[in-house]
Write a protein that binds this ligand. Structure first.
Ligand SMILES: N[C@@H](CCC(=O)N[C@@H](CS)C(=O)NCC(=O)O)C(=O)O
Length: 217
């Protein structure tokens, strides 16, 4: 069995890295600088030169949600996954994909704050819109989590998918305004597998050089 994850620190591939650590299976990790994905070699793995990409034997997958579902079905159908027929299967699928509803706004804010570095090219309107739409998603999560430890009845891979999206959102909004969500995130962020998926002290090529990026009010 050969399993290789292509990863950039703090990017969506962190979801897959975190999940692989939760699964406690052997894999090879290839880490790239975020700005250096466009080599001919990597374009042969992922035609859009993005991360994550997962190679499993002769199979290549490059959507984090699909990769999470694939890995759960192979390695943890009953613990981290929920198979068809399980009462929580519809909710499991919904949260898995809801993770991207939050993350797309985070990714847009990364572009606004970190990728576009000429001030005159940034848009205060786009920043406000993206942050507010992201916060609406976080508020909905906050409500859902009231009195619940996890998104489903027990920890599963959808907590990994959504947990990464909250990790990303924290750079652009103060999650203290969502107390249930903050409690949930802090609990996820203390898991050994999450901590192992973070960049290590001194790692270069991290995306976030600051703890918080302030935008227009
Ligand atoms: N929906 C995809 C999004 C993948 C994606 O856009 N990844 C970003 C990092 S978070 C990327 O590789 N960006 C590099 C680029 O766009 O050049 C997923 O969830 O895997």
């Amino acid at each position: 069995m050969s399993l290789t994850l292509h990863h950039c620190h703090e990017a969506r591939s962190m979801r897959v890295l975190w999940l692989l650590h939760e699964l406690e299976i052997d894999f090879e990790l290839k880490v790239y600088p975020f700005t250096e994905l466009h080599s001919d070699e990597y374009l042969r793995v992922h035609p859009l030169a993005r991360v994550p990409a997962l190679e499993h034997n002769d199979q290549v997958l490059y959507e984090s949600g699909a990769i999470i579902q694939y890995l759960c079905e192979l390695y943890s159908p009953d613990q981290l996954g929920r198979l068809p027929g399980h009462a929580e299967r519809p909710a499991w699928l919904q949260w898995l994909h809801f993770a991207e509803t939050i993350a797309v706004h985070g990714a847009s804010l990364v572009q606004q704050h970190l990728v576009i570095y000429q001030d005159e090219m940034r848009s205060a309107t786009v920043q406000k819109l993206e942050r507010r739409r992201m916060e609406k998603g976080l508020a909905m999560l906050n409500q859902h989590l009231s009195g619940s430890e996890y998104l489903l009845t027990r920890f599963s891979a959808v907590d990994v998918a959504v947990g990464y999206s909250i990790y990303l959102a924290r750079f652009f909004t103060d999650i203290k305004q969502f107390p249930e969500l903050q409690r949930y995130y802090l609990s996820l962020a203390s898991r050994p597998a999450f901590l192992t998926s973070l960049p290590k002290e001194g790692d270069s090529h991290i995306i976030f050089q600051q703890d918080f990026y302030t935008g227009p009010a």
